[in-house]
Design a protein around this ligand. Structure first.
Ligand code: ATP
Length: 248
C-alpha cells in the first residue's frame, strides 16, 4: 500500500490582487520505505508539495491520502494527531527552539502523546540522540552546536515519535558538502535499517542521485518520475524539454 498518495493536486495562493499557481494537476504515489528526492528549480512547487503531503497545508483542489486515509475530511485536531504520530519534518534552517537543550528539543513532539510517561520519553530521546551520534550533547543548546549537529537533532526530533514518514525540505542546503553528505548517509542508513519513508526536496544533483525515486518538478507540475535500477535512473514519465538537464 502506498504510504502517501496525492491525486490531481492544485494549489493557488492569493497574493494581493494576483493568483499564484504553485501546483497544477500533481498526482504522485509514495510507496512505503522509499528514499525519494523531489528536484526542480526554485519556485517549482517542491515545498508546497511537501507541506501538503505532510498535512501542514491544504490543497485548493485534489485529494491527499496518508496511510490509506483521505485526509481532506479530517478535523484540525485529527490532522494534528496524524502529524504527531506519523509524520516527521526536517527543515533547511533546522527550526530548533533556541531556549531548549538538544534533549528538550527532541522531547518536544512527545509532549503531544499523553500516554507516554516521563521515563518513557527520556528513554526514547536518549535512544534517538545516540542513534544520530549526539549522546554527549544532550544538554547543549542549538547555538552551542554546529550546523550538522543541529540537523542531527532535527532528525532525532523527526524520528522520536516513531514517524513512518519523514519529509525534509532541503535538509542539506545550509550545510557544507561533507556535513551534508554525512546527514544524507544518516538518513539513508535509517531508511534502510528501519524502513522509514523519506521524501526530501533538493537542488543538489549529488543529493538527488543518492535517492531511489526521483520526482522532477517544473512550474508546479511533475515533468519526470525516475526509478533507480542498478545505479541508473529509469524514467517512467518524462515530459522534460530538450534543453533540460539530461541527468535529472
Ligand atoms: N505563502 C505563499 N503565498 C504566495 N505565494 C506562495 C506562497 N508559498 C509559495 N508561493 C509561490 O508558489 C510557488 C511555489 O513555491 P514553493 O516554495 O513551493 O517552490 P520551491 O520549489 O520549494 O522553491 P525553492 O526551491 O525556492 O524553495 C512560487 O511561485 C512561490 O512564489
Amino acid at each position: 500500500m502506498p504510504i502517501i498518495r496525492v491525486e490531481d493536486l492544485s494549489k493557488v495562493y492569493r497574493l494581493g490582487e494576483q493568483d499564484v499557481t504553485a501546483l497544477e494537476g500533481v498526482s504522485l504515489t509514495v510507496e512505503e520505505g522509499v528514499f525519494m528526492a523531489i528536484a526542480g528549480p526554485s519556485g517549482s512547487g517542491k515545498s508546497t508539495l511537501l507541506n501538503i503531503m505532510g498535512c501542514i497545508d491544504t490543497p485548493s483542489k485534489g485529494r491527499v491520502e496518508v496511510s490509506g486515509k483521505d485526509v481532506s475530511g479530517q478535523t484540525p485536531d485529527d490532522l494534528a494527531d496524524l502529524r504527531a504520530r506519523t509524520i516527521g519534518f526536517i527543515f533547511q534552517t533546522f527550526n530548533l527552539l533556541p531556549v531548549l537543550s538538544a534533549h528538550e528539543n527532541v522531547e518536544y513532539p512527545l509532549l503531544q502523546i499523553p500516554e507516554l510517561s516521563k521515563a518513557e520519553r527520556s528513554e526514547r530521546v536518549e535512544h534517538y540522540m545516540s542513534m544520530v551520534g549526539l549522546g554527549k550533547y544532550a544538554h547543549h543548546r542549538p547555538n552551542q552546536l554546529s550546523g550538522g549537529q543541529r540537523q542531527r537533532v532535527a532528525i532525532a526530533r523527526a524520528l522520536v515519535t516513531h514517524s513512518r514518514i519523514v519529509l525534509a525540505d532541503e535538509p542539506t542546503a545550509n550545510l557544507d558538502r561533507r556535513t551534508g553528505e554525512s546527514i544524507l548517509n544518516l538518513m539513508r542508513d535509517i531508511n534502510q535499517d528501519s524502513g522509514t519513508t523519506f521524501v526530501f526536496s533538493t537542488h543538489d544533483k549529488r543529493v538527488m542521485n543518492r535517492a531511489d525515486r526521483l520526482v522532477r518538478m517544473e512550474d508546479g507540475q511533475i515533468t519526470a518520475l525516475g526509478l533507480k535500477r542498478e545505479g541508473s535512473w529509469i524514467f517512467v514519465q518524462d515530459r522534460r524539454k530538450p534543453e533540460d538537464d539530461p541527468d535529472i
